[in-house]
Design a protein around this ligand. Structure first.
Ligand code: NAD
Length: 374
């Protein structure tokens, strides 16, 4: 299975394969870059072979699953480098994956074994919550390593990142509306929110408070009910949300929502939401959107509020809410810079953001090397 030559490998500093026979742990920790600080990013717990078991013999399915896990961790860790760089954080990019079904394997013992693996990296990598891992699971890992963040309680615990992520998306929508529609406020602006989970519900609150008209959907009725209990919203089916007549489409559910099947239906002039990996293919859909005059807020830039809130935990700093909020609100300025460069150069916003992030990381690396040579 090629790693160095794989399509997702981009000069990662360190990729560590970990196993623990007693608990069944199989994990990969990818440190993409520590140029800006300790590599920080979530731990995904996912049964990568499941999709292959439907069509392939078990051993082939397991091999393909492992291959997918490698690509996933490489791609996601590079994404974290870019996200942390663009958010102006003292954090590098990393990510980890634990292979298997978290419901069957995700015991406290396994998480403690995983914590020991993180510990061996000596602080080069900090883990946080991601798909398949819960606060309880991370708390178990934190029993064997100090390099876990996004924890509740303790002296520096920053807890649930979702309200910060939602605030960042809200400020990003404001900046996008200002840039594309020339409006200073969201009064009467129609925003379609796909997914009313942790982030989506807080986002809807911000939007309604700002006078926006919200159109919402979710596959879970209870989440729609929770939103309707707190205020007005137009509800549409999950199949329709991307195509509704609105100013802003805010994907806040899963990745891959901007793809060849959905792109033609989109009527919004702005796409700005929390979901990770919204573009099916980087540099492709964002170019098509640009050509159609639709402004796309690069996902990892607009959804950085959560990781911004976590930075202080990595550095064991006490930060008050106002300072944290001020940093999250800078997301709007960063997006405006990307939009201006995109307009000037006639190139997609996603590509511009990647180049800006790479530039920040390269300069940090050069500064580190120069300091070491002194
Ligand atoms: P969540 O799981 O709490 O919420 C996702 C919601 O989307 C759920 O209510 C789910 O029912 C709904 N959903 C799933 N498929 C759907 C579909 N096809 N149509 C409509 N709704 C659907 O997740 P979250 O924490 O709110 O995160 C939302 C997105 O933002 C995810 O992509 C996540 O990776 C990303 N993100 C979250 C954070 C954070 O701080 N929580 C930070 C950065 C990025």
């Amino acid at each position: 299975m090629p790693v160095f030559d794989s399509r997702s490998f981009r000069n990662h500093e360190n990729v560590v394969f970990c196993s623990d026979e007693a608990t069944g742990l199989k994990a990969i920790i990818a440190v993409h870059s520590t140029a800006l600080g300790p590599a920080t990013g979530g731990t995904r717990f996912w049964d990568y072979a499941a999709i292959h078991r439907r069509s392939a013999p078990i051993d082939v399915a397991e091999t393909r699953g492992e291959q997918d896990a490698v690509y996933d961790v490489l791609r996601l860790s590079r994404g974290m480098s870019f996200k942390n760089a663009m958010a102006g954080l003292r954090l590098g990019g990393g990510k980890s994956v634990i292979i298997g079904n978290p419901r069957e394997l995700g015991t406290p013992e396994l998480m403690r074994a995983f914590g020991r693996m993180i510990n061996r990296l000596g602080g080069n990598y900090y883990a946080a919550e991601d798909v398949g891992t819960s606060p309880d699971m991370l708390a178990a890992a934190s029993e064997t390593t100090a390099y876990v963040c996004g924890l509740d309680g303790g002296d520096f615990g920053t807890g649930d990142p979702s309200p910060h992520t939602a605030l960042g998306v809200f400020t990003g929508i404001q900046a996008s509306v200002k840039h594309r529609l020339g409006k200073d406020d969201l009064n009467g602006v129609r925003v379609a929110v796909q997914g009313l989970g942790h982030v989506g519900q807080y986002l809807v609150d911000h939007l309604r408070n700002a006078g926006a008209k919200v159109i919402v959907t979710d596959i879970v009725d209870a989440n729609i009910k929770a939103v309707l209990e707190r205020g007005e919203a137009e509800v549409v089916s999950p199949d329709e949300i991307h195509a509704v007549d609105c100013d802003v489409y805010a994907p806040c559910a899963l990745g891959g929502t901007l793809n060849p099947k959905t792109l033609g239906d989109i009527k919004a002039t702005i796409i700005a939401g929390a979901a990770n990996n919204q573009l099916e293919t980087e540099g492709k859909e964002d170019e098509q959107l640009r050509k159609r005059g639709i402004l796309y807020a690069p996902d990892y830039v607009i959804n950085a509020g959560g990781i911004i809130s976590v930075e202080s935990e990595v550095y064991k700093e006490k930060v008050d809410n106002a300072a944290r909020e001020a940093k999250v609100l800078r997301i709007g300025e960063t997006l405006t810079k990307i939009y201006e460069a995109s307009d000037k150069q006639g190139r997609p916003t996603g590509v511009i953001a990647n180049e800006m992030a790479e530039d920040i990381i390269r300069k940090a690396n050069e500064a580190k090397l120069a300091a070491a040579a002194e």
